[in-house]
Design a protein around this ligand. Structure first.
Ligand code: FES
Length: 163
């Protein structure tokens, strides 16, 4: 049996096999695998006895569910109006410049993926971004460079544990 099938079975054991279990199971797969493959969606549909179209619809509705392999650290920068008025484009440039990737790309070492997202609910502290589940607010290009440096140092065995 494929490891992903085992993972889905154990998530279904934990969350149950009815419709309301679909989202936590999708999240569990993404947390573990960092993305959601078509194979995983079909396996989830089979495990929960749901139409595959329903699994796919839920997965695409929640844009936090990725469909391709992501880096260990997923940066999501808010592109909604308040952040965009408060300098989101400079933050994005600073990140792109430092990591040498564009939005939608992953660094060649598989460490960082860069995405844009809608409002994170921190408009009063814009501009804001997420790195995995960690929220960073009131960003400036300098501040974002410091944050990324701490992740890069952490990758090399030093710095704070930010995973
Ligand atoms: S507009 Fe960016 S957090 Fe709300």
């Amino acid at each position: 049996m494929e490891p992903i099938t085992n993972l889905i079975k154990s998530l279904a054991d934990r969350h149950g096999r009815d419709r309301s279990s679909l989202l936590p199971i999708l999240q569990g797969v993404v947390e573990q695998e960092k993305y959601l493959s078509e194979y995983s969606m079909i396996e989830i549909a089979r495990e929960l006895d749901l139409p595959a179209t329903e699994v796919y619809g839920t997965a695409t509705f929640y844009s936090f569910l990725e469909h391709k392999k992501m880096g260990r650290y997923i940066i999501r920068i808010c592109k909604t109006i308040t952040c965009s008025m408060k300098g989101e484009s400079q933050i994005l440039l600073a990140i792109q410049d430092m990591l040498k990737i564009k939005v939608g790309e992953t660094t060649p070492d598989g460490a960082f993926s860069l995405l844009q997202t809608n409002c994170l609910g921190f408009c009063h502290k814009a501009p804001a971004m997420l790195i995995n589940n960690e929220v960073y607010t009131e960003l400036t290009p300098e501040k974002v460079r410091e944050i990324l440096s701490s992740y890069l140092n952490n990758q090399n065995g030093g710095g704070q544990n930010v995973s």
